[in-house]
Design a protein around this ligand. Structure first.
Ligand SMILES: [Zn+2]
Length: 271
């Protein structure tokens, strides 16, 4: 599922390929991904417009149109963007395609149809309606602000990291990676972490997200490009821990399957 690093890659991809191009036509491959707008109305709204800049909050990507409105993208379980010239390269699960007047196309490729696309007038109102916390890579979110966010939070640290209303962008895969790198068990209670431990976790979180973005998150090459001590390429039961060669285990945390190393990430005391 695309998380913050993947969506940041998609944002840069859109920036590098599709800005300032006039949209000549819009092809709706499957209207199930549209939210709050019909295919016909979306076509009318986009024809003749261009995307001028992009923004991101957590796992949501936004493209500003030249009339002040915003296209919103959420990639669900399996989404990505594809830019191409020949329609022979149109992905099989193309759910929305923008045809630019220079002959190129941008497609929203979303096999499992959990993605969402919308058209909104007010970005701040949309972010408020989605109850999104600050982006996990927001430059104004420093280690003290992070520790403050977590202060008084009940429950386990993994659930807190994945709570989009607290902090936007981290899902199951990157929560596991951050906790592996921080040597914290996924069930560690937030209230048992000292302010210093939270600051350290913050620095680990930023480093993991930055490394994933820099090494090509959102592409299949990512697993080969990650540092050798990363858990992400070893997400299967019985795999060896890349740090201690112990066995990677799974547990259910907040309804999701967590991968972790019991030796590197021992259970917190008192449990
Ligand atoms: Zn280990």
């Amino acid at each position: 599922m695309p998380e913050l690093p993947d969506v940041e890659s998609f944002k840069r991809y859109l920036d590098a390929t599709s800005l300032h191009k006039k949209i000549k036509n819009v092809h709706v491959g499957n209207a199930k991904v549209l939210r709050g707008i019909s295919g016909r109305r979306l076509k009318e709204a986009l024809r003749g417009r261009s995307m001028e800049e992009t923004s991101r909050r957590g796992k949501h990507l936004f493209a500003a149109l030249d009339d002040g409105r915003w296209l919103t993208f959420h990639f669900g379980m399996t989404g990505r963007l594809a830019y191409f010239k020949s329609l022979d390269d149109d992905p099989e699960h193309d759910r929305l395609r923008l045809d630019f007047d220079d002959g190129y196309h941008l497609a929203f490729d979303n096999q499992r149809l959990f993605g969402r696309i919308g058209l909104i007038d007010d970005l701040d109102a949309f972010i408020a309606s989605q109850e999104l916390g600050p982006d996990a890579m927001d430059f104004s979110l420093d280690q003290d602000a992070f520790a403050k966010l977590m202060d008084g939070k009940q429950g386990g640290i993994k659930a807190a990291l994945m709570d989009q209303s607290l902090l936007a962008g981290i899902g199951n895969i990157y929560a596991d990676e951050i906790l592996f790198q921080a040597k914290l068990h996924p069930d560690t209670r937030v209230q048992d972490l000292s302010t210093d431990a939270l600051r350290k976790l913050y620095r680990t979180m930023r480093r993991v997200l930055r490394v994933a973005i820099d090494r090509g998150a959102g592409s299949e090459e990512l697993v080969d490009r990650l540092p050798k001590t990363y858990l992400l390429p070893h997400r299967e039961a019985g795999a060896s821990c890349p740090r201690c060669k112990g066995t990677i285990k799974t547990i259910k945390t907040a309804g999701r399957t967590s991968y972790y190393c019991p030796r590197c990430q021992p259970k917190p005391r008192g449990d």
